[in-house]
Design a binder for this molecule. Structure first.
Ligand code: BEZ
Length: 220
């Protein structure tokens, strides 16, 4: 961190998500305190009163029961003013059939978007791009995704990654290409002890290669 508390190097997986305080539609947010003990999805969108963003905030609100079930808090950001956010919330409810049910940061001083490198000047020097951070209960960054302004995010994919992270944190497995909850998983190659394998995977496993072993998804 520099003197003014701005981070000037890229955030990477495994880094601690920087803490901040910023105003939001639900009052002042102190990020680490706000998410204590929970996972978080923190995402930026380019601008208020824009069509793609309106659909994204509707979808993220509709998915609240899915986020709650996974102990995930949701936080949005744009560089517009709080008063604008409050006006836009009415449009989201009217057009998306659901009320906004998570806080939206009003980052008009660009403090947080700079800290999280959400403004990519060669794409647009004022709007934030569509950044997504998945942050775990220990405040570690576990996923970083960046979408262009013209492409709305796929929240089903974001939930899928959370499901993968939560399971692979608990069991000695990884998830293969295009995995969906309920599909078979891969046993981590570092696990080679036969007794431990038998204990951890009582349903058995198929060995395609010594490093590629498939087993039914363990249940938490
Ligand atoms: C949108 O959310 O619709 C949008 C925002 C900025 C540029 C292009 C589209």
């Amino acid at each position: 961190m520099t003197k003014n508390n701005m981070q000037h190097f890229p955030l990477r997986l495994g880094d601690i998500a920087p803490d901040f305080q910023q105003q939001s539609t639900e009052g002042l947010i102190s990020f680490h305190a706000w998410k204590t003990g929970k996972w978080a999805i923190f995402f930026s969108h380019p601008k208020n009163f824009t069509p793609v963003c309106t659909t994204e905030l509707g979808e993220a609100s509709r998915l609240k029961p899915e986020f709650d079930r996974r102990s995930v808090k949701v936080l949005g950001l744009s560089v517009d003013h709080l008063e604008d956010h409050k006006k836009w919330v009415g449009d989201i409810q009217e057009t998306q059939g659901t009320a906004l049910n998570f806080p939206l940061l009003a980052d008009d001083d660009r403090k947080v978007s700079s800290l999280y490198d959400m403004i990519h000047p060669n794409a647009n020097d004022t709007f934030t791009v569509r950044s997504v951070f998945i942050i775990d209960p220990q405040n570690k960054i576990r996923l970083i995704l960046t979408y262009p302004a013209s492409t709305g995010r796929n929240f089903t994919e974001i939930l899928r990654v959370i499901d993968s992270l939560q399971m692979t944190d608990q069991f000695k497995v990884a998830t293969p290409v295009n995995w969906k909850p309920g599909d078979d998983v891969i046993i981590v190659p570092s696990l080679q002890d036969l007794e431990e394998l038998k204990k951890l995977f009582p349903k058995g496993y198929k060995t395609l290669k010594p490093y590629l072993r498939i087993t039914p998804q363990p249940k938490g």
